[in-house]
Structure formats: structure tokens, C-alpha cells
Design a protein around this ligand. Structure first.
Ligand code: ATP
Ligand code: MG
Length: 159
């Protein structure tokens, strides 16, 4: 039941100075950050990360968006981490994301608007969609040595 999920603070989140605010939400929920780095990914890496979307009409825009600036990638570990991270992040389209979620609190545009403008949907965060996606994404973004095993005070009370 203890899972790892890959989270990426996308270029819009980094440029808006939301790194601390976003990390705080995961830490507050007791999720453990076991690896983290700032990277400016190239087109090839972005295409690999988003390969499931290769056939989508917004694929080119998506790759352009994720490579337009540095991102902060981290691995969050915890009980049902994949689902719990998605709940904290909110729906894909910020326009539909509930208040209280990261996308609902810090963005409001819709994917329809992004598509109309020919832009990738700026929704601040990427989070693994399911356990299989999480396992593949953690492997793609982090080497074993870049992830760490340690105890947090939360483990006594939250895990
Ligand atoms: P992510 O995978 O980034 O966590 P998600 O799982 O909520 O987001 P996906 O369906 O996997 O959503 O879409 C991947 C990303 O593609 C979205 O986060 C968004 O940035 C972008 N996207 C999705 N739909 C559209 C669209 N119609 N127009 C433009 N961009 C889109
Ligand atoms: Mg997804």
C-alpha cells in the first residue's frame, strides 16, 4: 500500500514562484519526499515522458510547454500515494478543479481555452495517473541513488 508517485512542478509553477507552496501541501499531508531535483528537460526526454499522448492533437504544444523552462521533479512516497497526490492536485483542467486543490487554488483556465490558443494546458503540476504510470515515471526521472530512505516524524502518526 506504500506507493511512490512522480510529481513535476511544471514551468508555470516554477516561474510563478509556487515551488514552496506546492511542496508544503504534500508535506502537510504527510507524504514523504524521497528524491527531488530541478531540471530543464529537452525535447527528446519530454517526448518520452509524454509518449502516451503521442497521438493527441495537443502533443506538440505539451512538449513545448514542459520544455519552456526548468521544472522541479520529486518522488512522493506514502500510503496510496498515487491517488492521494492526484486528490491534492485536482482535475486536469484547472477550470474544473475544486477549490482546495493545487490546480483549483492557483489556476482557472480550461483545456478548451488552451487548445483554442494552441497552447499546452498550463496546470502547474504533473502527477502520475496510476500505479503502473508511477512506476515507469519514477524509473525514467530518478536513478536509485537519487532516492533516499529515511524516517520522518509523520511516520509515527500518519503512516
Ligand atoms: P498530468 O499527466 O500532467 O498530471 P493529467 O494526468 O491530469 O495531467 P493528462 O490527460 O495526462 O492529464 O494530460 C497531460 C497534460 O496534457 C495535462 O496536464 C495538460 O497540461 C495537457 N493537456 C491535456 N488536455 C489538453 C488539451 N485539450 N489541450 C492542451 N493541453 C492539454
Ligand atoms: Mg497524466
Amino acid at each position: 500500500m506504500i506507493e511512490k508517485s512522480l510529481v513535476i512542478i511544471k514551468p508555470d509553477g516554477v516561474e510563478r514562484g509556487l515551488i514552496g507552496e506546492i511542496l508544503r501541501r504534500f508535506e502537510n499531508a504527510g507524504l514523504k519526499i524521497i528524491g527531488m531535483k530541478m531540471v530543464w528537460v529537452d525535447r527528446k526526454f519530454a517526448e518520452e515522458h509524454y509518449k502516451a499522448h503521442r497521438k493527441k492533437p495537443f502533443f506538440r504544444e505539451l512538449v513545448e510547454f514542459i520544455t519552456e523552462g526548468p521544472v522541479v521533479a520529486f518522488v512522493a512516497e506514502g500510503v496510496h500515494a498515487v491517488g492521494n497526490v492526484r486528490r491534492l492536485v485536482g482535475s486536469t483542467s484547472p477550470h474544473e478543479a475544486s477549490p482546495g486543490t493545487i490546480r483549483g487554488d492557483f489556476a482557472h483556465m480550461s483545456m478548451a481555452y488552451a487548445s483554442k490558443k494552441g497552447l499546452g494546458g498550463k496546470n502547474l503540476i504533473h502527477a502520475s495517473g496510476n500505479k503502473a504510470e508511477a512506476d515507469a515515471e519514477v524509473k525514467l526521472w530518478f536513478r536509485k541513488e537519487e532516492m533516499h530512505s529515511y524516517s520522518t516524524v509523520h511516520e509515527k502518526h500518519v503512516f
